[in-house]
Design a protein around this ligand. Sequence first.
Ligand SMILES: Cc1cc2nc3c(=O)[nH]c(=O)nc-3n(C[C@H](O)[C@H](O)[C@H](O)COP(=O)(O)OP(=O)(O)OC[C@H]3O[C@@H](n4cnc5c(N)ncnc54)[C@H](O)[C@@H]3O)c2cc1C
Length: 552
Amino acid sequence: MRILVIGAVAAGTSAAAKARRNSEDAEIVIYEKDTHISYSGCGMPYYIGGEVENGEALTPRNPEFFRKKYNVNIRTEHEVLSINKEKKEIEVKNLTSGEVFRDHYDRLILATGARSVIPPIKGVVNEHVFSLRNINDMYKIKKYVTGKSPKSAAIVGTGFIGLEMAENLKNLGMEITMVELLNQVSPGLDEDMAIMVEKHLIDKGVHVILGKSAVEITKNQVILSDESIVKADLVIIATGVRPNVELAGQIGIELGITGAIKVDRYMQTSEKDIYAAGDCIEQYHSVTGKPVYRPLGSTANKTGRMAGNNATGGELEFRGVLGTGIYKIFDLTVAQTGLSEREARFDGYDISVSHNIKPDRPEYMGGKEMVIKSVADKKDGRLLGVQIIGPEGVDKRVDVFVALITFGAKVQDLVHLDLAYAPPYSTTKDPVMYTGMIQENAIFGNRPVITNEELENLIASGENVRIIDTRVEKQYDSDHVSDAINIPHGDVREKINELDPQMITITYCNKGTTGNAVQNILLNKGIGRVYNLSAGHKIYSRYQLLKKKTKV
Ligand SMILES: Cc1cc2nc3c(=O)[nH]c(=O)nc-3n(C[C@H](O)[C@H](O)[C@H](O)COP(=O)(O)OP(=O)(O)OC[C@H]3O[C@@H](n4cnc5c(N)ncnc54)[C@H](O)[C@@H]3O)c2cc1C
């Protein structure tokens, strides 16, 4: 059996290694047009920023390693030009000698990955304009940064690569401007969470320009769609990636609606004996079952392993992705898994949305607050998605949520988790459990929460709404939700008779807990419909920022 693999980064090398584990007899050859293999692309921004001192640490393996350890022949600087599916052959060009030759396969694995999208901006091809996709890109940027000492940089695009580059270049002392076509940073997040990332960038001295595109790049500036000018001795284009599907397309392999290669759950393409894995394939979402394109190293490694296994007679089945992602931006970690509010509404779910703000461990142990936004199906309480932002402990919570959503957990399951607790690590009831409690109370316990947007829609619908600020007078006076009256928690029982029981009531405090306590009192005393404002004034003030911004 001769197995040929095209591409030698995450998916291709995982496929080859797994194929070898399954079969000692197979001949396995990987063709890679680049000079580097099996590298950690994810670490590249940190080498540019200087946190990783040695670039070679990101490329720990070379073809010799694979030859010795796996008996896999990796031929770098060899580009596959075409596939002949009838003859089961590929045409390969040796990029150093120029020689073109054919090679035969019994099984072929496409691990051709993705490439950076470069928008058609005037002047984009320029010695100070870069995108970051592979190790050679990384060294080019590093060389430019060290050799030319740019003072300012513009980053076009605010996905995780753009954000990681912003932090790393800022840490080198450059003045950074991020330019984004959408009205929010970090496009995968809901707007009410993205605004926190934006605020953090601004607090760290990064300029953020939203709702505009770069139309021209000159020697030291970027001209935007409204003709405004951004100073930039260096420009990073981080506007996403596109799957490399040309070889597959040439021989009629079916592509999915996202434009990536369509595979079945066993990584088999529409063509017999041709498998595909990694950033060149379309995946499906494990919550909705719908096709998605989420090009990530985590998935590339996993699907590569499956392709290698199944090409050698195995039957590993892919169970889809949740679109889980995590990144660090200065002092914050931002993580997301499952459906966002926007996606869940788009897919027609009737949802309950809540935000909770809790420290990652007790404040006496240095705990710091994180915000967890959760989305659950009102029909049965199934958890659909979560977004978390905070300085510490976000990684651990998001992974708990990943496991929960993967196995179809309902919000009412969360409080029963026997999570590990000791003060250096968590609070007695972990923030994950609070998420479940708030959502369970909201969906099944007549303790509904309401988001700022839902509140606005309620008021706009003509409902007569009373909003009660349950904080102390001083806090109310410093700022409050518009049209709110102030009845501090301690005074509620005395004043309850003054309240019309038929009117819809909204309670809130700073972060949600006291608002919920007052909600309980009112409901227990027979006040009709009472909602607690999701995560109280803290989220309200972020929401106001968001609204101010959209008005500009
Ligand atoms: C800056 C950066 C940060 C990232 N951070 C994260 C992160 O934190 N977490 C995460 O999960 N993911 C992250 N990723 C994404 C991750 O790196 C990719 O998902 C992963 O590299 C995909 O691996 P792959 O093997 O599918 O594709 P690729 O890495 O794109 O490799 C495909 C290879 O195929 C080769 N090839 C293509 N066509 C041919 C041909 N015709 N002939 C020969 N060779 C060919 C290409 O040269 C390429 O080397 C990051 C990516 C970047 C750029």
